[in-house]
Design a protein around this ligand. Structure first.
Ligand code: NAD
Ligand code: GLY
Length: 364
């Protein structure tokens, strides 16, 4: 088992290894006196891992409660949040109790937000079961739900008390969810570790989960410790996301996040090279890995989309979507831009210049 200690406004450990879902109770009991552990999960994850986690909590002396919701981003909303906190109130949770977020990023985000706001903040732990949640959303304390006006618009910074990442749970992930996580891992390699990049280029992520997840978590730890509240440096984590969010938006959220980020990374890296910001050969190295994983490179329609729908992903169309992004206020835009494999920088441009970046990135 690997242990990474995160030193933010509250300090906590991220435990990564095999079999941890069945040890949540025992490990939580090391720092938490017997209390109610309120497990929040989606139906898919609860069916697979719910009993294991509940049994481990009960064996360690915790009283348990549960809230299980319909899987998917469409549940990350005010309605589900309302049901969760009402149930927490009916079960008489106090500030001495703990929420257990068992699942992917949707579960982690909504459970974290419920924990951040219930009684003005109670303890929660993350038990990530998707690769994406393991390497990104379970660490760093960003919690949120979606509003009709846009994704993640209602949220709070609220760090977990611990993260228990059982890498065995990835064995049941659907292929698309595995690939979503791989795109984020390739992103970590591009933004800050040539060694990680080369290791996932040489060996599929699934053959060395523990090492890869630990490396990404450690990179995120450093970034978050230096900018917990997202005022500057943490924005490097958005590599590929400005274009990626525009692709998700233009596809009506049919293109999954990881696919969109992969395409976005390729566009921004090609642009960076063409605009002499990145070293020559950087885009070619990225494209080789992206294609090996079967991820989209931004120049052809993502999987499941006929080529004739490419107009939806044209420079003009993505520019329009990026300009309408509710989070992108003001006249400027900050982009995470690769300089070479393993290094990226933040660049603030006039929003109107973004269209030039999209064209330089190979979009028609
Ligand atoms: P998700 O939580 O919806 O999980 C994806 C699917 O996989 C779901 O259908 C789920 O039921 C299923 N699943 C989860 N674990 C499984 C397992 N082990 N075996 C089988 N099926 C499993 O999605 P996600 O990709 O994990 O997370 C996406 C969310 O994360 C988005 O809402 C995004 O905004 C958020 N996010 C947050 C942060 C942050 O810092 N807070 C960072 C990145 C993304
Ligand atoms: N996932 C982006 C962040 O945590 O800042």
């Amino acid at each position: 088992m690997k242990v990474i200690s995160v030193k933010t406004s509250t300090e906590y450990n991220v435990y990564i290894g095999s079999g941890l879902a069945g040890r949540v109770g025992e490990m939580l009991a090391e720092t938490t006196s017997p209390c109610t552990a309120f497990v929040i999960s989606d139906e898919n994850v609860f069916r697979l891992y719910g009993e294991r986690v509940l049994a481990s909590l009960a064996n360690a002396g915790f009283r348990t409660g549960t809230f299980v919701f319909e899987p998917g981003e469409q549940s990350k909303n005010i309605e589900t949040y309302g049901k969760i906190v009402e149930k927490m109130a009916r079960e008489k949770l106090t500030r001495s109790d703990v929420v257990i977020a068992l699942g992917g990023g949707v579960t982690g985000d909504i459970s974290g937000f419920a924990a951040a706001t219930f009684l003005r903040g109670i303890k929660y732990v993350q038990v990530p079961t998707t690769l994406l949640a393991a390497v990104d959303s379970s660490v760093g304390g960003k919690t949120a739900i979606d509003l009709n006006a846009g994704k993640n618009l209602l949220g709070a910074f609220w760090q977990p008390a611990a993260v228990f990442c059982d890498t065995d749970t990835f064995s049941t992930l659907p292929e698309a969810e595995y690939l979503n996580g791989c795109a984020e891992i390739i992103k970590y390699g591009m933004l800050g570790s040539e060694e990680l990049f080369e290791s996932v280029a040489a060996l599929p992520v699934s053959l060395h989960y523990d090492a890869v997840v630990a490396k990404c978590v450690d990179m995120k730890r450093e970034i978050v410790e230096n900018d917990e509240f997202d005022r500057g440096g943490r924005m490097v984590l958005n590599l590929g996301h400005t274009v990626g969010h525009a692709i998700e938006n233009k596809s009506g959220y049919m293109v999954p996040h990881g696919m969109a980020v992969a395409a976005g990374m390729c566009v921004i890296t090609r642009a960076a090279e063409n605009l002499a910001f990145a070293e020559k050969g950087t885009a070619e190295r990225l494209l080789r890995v992206i294609r090996e994983y079967g991820l989209p490179d931004g120049t052809s329609a993502p999987a499941g989309f006929p080529e004739e729908e490419l107009a939806g992903f044209s420079a003009e169309s993505l520019f329009e979507a990026a300009m309408n992004d509710k989070k992108a206020s003001g006249s400027k835009l900050t982009l995470a831009v690769p300089k070479r494999v393993g290094e990226c920088a933040l660049l603030t441009i006039e929003k109107s210049e973004f269209i030039d970046w999209l064209r330089a990135g190979g979009l028609k």
